[in-house]
Design a protein around this ligand. Sequence first.
Ligand SMILES: NC(=O)c1ccc[n+]([C@@H]2O[C@H](COP(=O)([O-])OP(=O)(O)OC[C@H]3O[C@@H](n4cnc5c(N)ncnc54)[C@H](O)[C@@H]3O)[C@@H](O)[C@H]2O)c1
Length: 319
Amino acid sequence: MLRAAHHVFRSLLTIFQLADSNLRQRDTGRAPAALRALTNGFSTESNSQRLAGKVAVITGAASGIGKATATEFIRNGAKVILTDVADDVGRAVAAGLGSDASYARCDVTDESQVAAAVDLAVARHGRLDVLYSNAGVAGAASPAPLASLDLADFDRVMSANARSAVACLKHAARVMAHQPGGGCVLCTGSTTGMLGGVAALPYSLSKATVVSLVRVAAEELARSGVRVNAISPHAIATPLLVRSLARVMHHPGVADEGEVKRMVETGMSELRGAVLEVEDVARAAVYLASDEAKFMTGHNLVIDGGFTAGKRIGVPAAR
Ligand SMILES: NC(=O)c1ccc[n+]([C@@H]2O[C@H](COP(=O)([O-])OP(=O)(O)OC[C@H]3O[C@@H](n4cnc5c(N)ncnc54)[C@H](O)[C@@H]3O)[C@@H](O)[C@H]2O)c1
């Protein structure tokens, strides 16, 4: 008994000593090897090869979140097929990422193109481990009252943002459920799908649908070893958001895209001292796609600096 207690005490002491020496070395260099080994499984280093050997298809990968995720996946050892409708940009982005990246056109509103992207991965690499359903559109910029909702805009947004996720899941399941090791599907949701009043109704509803879809699909596909998760970021200054806000706010001489970008980065966040960037989403995607997340399915990983965590009540501040 005493010997066991002594052993536990020694182990704790070693950990505290390692942590202390790490703190002391923080400004001067890297942590000691023993502590690195202790935390090795949770490394966030960009070259940690957490996706080594995995094959991924990412939609909407020519820009923003998709492009950052493709970059981070490649750094972590994956082979990535970037897809988009912006062919020239997509090809250039893939070319810049080296021989593990390639580009293929995939308009996610067309099921046959989604099916073809999935089949391309299998034909080229023998399997598909990760399908990231990320492409999306903003739709009409200004939140219209329900009474004047444009249902044609609603259909366009639902098709690009929600129906596309259904198509991705359908064709990912077709392949992943029958391959050894299953697979992983990621979908980009949004905080706008969790709260009213943040975005126009079609966009909000499309993202709420994505989050619900993830739970429904995760339940069915768990039995086939396929994990399904959503990532829901808050506002990030990508072309999708900046252009859409610039359109709403545009009065001659008032809002250019630079101004809107500054507003998104400084005025839309609750978390002091940090700006949400596409790389934050990309790193979350690396985690969910990696074997570190092997038991994670049906989740909505919200990246919002606390934006959806609460709402202040109108009580006067204490004097
Ligand atoms: N930027 C934000 O604030 C924010 C927040 C939450 C969620 N999102 C979501 O993130 C995802 C990526 O957007 P982003 O912010 O990186 O914007 P982005 O404009 O940088 O990238 C969107 C990409 O999707 C592509 N695309 C559009 N329609 C397509 C289609 N039919 N088929 C294939 N590709 C298509 C575009 O060409 C573009 O390359 C979207 O689903 C968006 O709704 C964005």
